[in-house]
Ligand binder design. Structure first.
Ligand code: PMP
Length: 391
């Protein structure tokens, strides 16, 4: 037996809890006002059209649906990207963002066997597991500052600056999981300059594009790396959240290479890596995303629905902060500064245990809460319980 996944274990305990009014803030899923995972209207529309067409289900190419890969590139790099025009970017549809990370990790291990990787402290737990399993030595760089509930930017720069040239550095483009603490555009510019000067290899993880400021603004880090003229970097992207298609496993791995020829060589290597893992990705989710992004009308509808999710998260953050302040706990104001689905609430393990035992509110031991699991029906209860355990 190996240890179970702590987050999935928490959900099992939540499901088994008989108390009415229980709340699960441990998940990494966006729930709507009714507490359900939304099915976006644009997705429903293309899915109905696809069902009516009843097409045969052949295999996709190893690197996925070409229309999906192309649309993904435009979303990440910008439709007018010079790197795209120069043929420097190759994109492969993968089994979720997780698959993109793993294929990228396997590819890098094979191409640069001596390279190590540095991830933020803290980071999404699976980063360490994926890169460790691919054979990487994983270290971390300073990121979160518990005292300010914000970024330890000086520590981050110092640690990145001390990495050996050639080290892979995993960066969260936006909506950092688990802290909700992001870099400003000006801070990104400094990180990009340092990474380039130091000869590090960026691997950008973007699993929440559109969940903070919008699809373009949330891709700032990617655009800045392209503009910097850095010769190569990787991007693992996911539509799990932005399309609310979690179980469809829709992700992509993009690699920016020095030029068109290098990009072709990279692509041949990535295809071999995919082939030796799972042959080719699945059709249904990718076809739906490609259909939405490929139609001006549906694309606009998706942007609107994504904007609704984004706005609602901002409102939930504001609502939680103002309720806590009204109760007499103004020190939680930082929750409004944080971005995306998650917040490092600052609650200790003991306080999180009390939330669960006394109030049937489930959060992760680190104090991470999923803001997107709040709604007008549970917000007051959560605020009151957080206030009570924090006193
Ligand atoms: N990266 C981060 C930072 C994530 O939070 C997640 C999802 N929890 C992923 C990657 C993986 O995304 P997917 O579910 O598409 O595999």
């Amino acid at each position: 037996m190996v240890p179970g996944d702590p987050i999935l274990g928490l959900t099992e305990a939540y499901n088994a809890d008989p108390r009415p009014g229980k709340v699960n803030l441990g998940v990494g899923i966006y729930y709507d006002e009714q507490g359900r995972i939304p099915l976006l209207r644009c997705v429903r529309q293309v899915e109905q059209a696809m069902a009516a067409e009843a097409k045969p289900r052949g295999y996709l190419p190893i690197d996925g649906l070409p229309a999906y890969d192309l649309a993904t590139q435009k979303l990440l790099f910008g439709a007018q990207s010079a790197a795209l025009e120069a043929g420097r970017v190759v994109t492969s549809q993968t089994i979720g963002g997780s698959g993109a990370l793993r294929i990228g990790a396997d590819f890098l291990k094979r191409t640069l066997p001596q390279a190590k990787i540095a991830i933020s402290n803290p980071s999404w737990e699976n980063h360490r597991v994926v890169f460790g399993t691919a054979g990487f030595e994983v270290s971390d760089y300073r990121y979160y500052d518990p005292a300010s509930h914000g970024l330890d930017f000086a520590g981050m720069l110092a640690d990145l600056g001390a990495l050996e040239p050639g080290t892979v550095v995993l960066l969260h483009a936006c909506c950092h999981n688990p802290t909700g603490v992001d870099l400003t555009a000006a801070q990104w510019s400094q990180v990009v300059a340092l990474v380039k000067e130091r000869g590090l290899l960026p691997f950008i993880d973007i699993a929440y594009q559109g969940f903070d400021k919008g699809t373009d603004a949330d891709a700032t880090a990617i655009r800045l790396f392209v503009d910097s003229g850095i010769p190569a970097f990787l991007v693992a992207s996911s539509y799990s959240k932005s399309f609310s298609l979690y179980g469809e496993r829709v992700g992509a791995l993009s690699v920016v290479a020095a030029d068109r020829d290098e990009a072709k060589r990279v692509q041949s290597n990535i295809k071999r890596t995919i082939r030796s893992n799972y042959s080719s990705p699945s059709t249904h989710g990718g076809a739906m995303v490609a259909a939405v992004l490929g139609s001006d009308e549906l694309r606009a509808q998706w942007e609107q629905e994504l904007g609704e999710m984004r706005e609602r998260i901002h409102q939930l953050r504001a609502g939680l902060v103002s309720k806590l302040a009204a109760l007499g706990a103004p020190e939680f104001g930082f929750i409004q500064q944080q971005a995306g689905m998650f917040s490092y609430s600052g609650l200790s393990k003991a306080q999180v245990d009390r939330l669960r035992e006394e109030y049937a509110i489930y959060a992760i031991g680190t104090g991470r809460i999923c803001v997107a699991a709040l709604n007008s029906g549970n917000l007051d209860k959560v605020a009151e319980a957080v206030y009570a355990v924090s006193r």
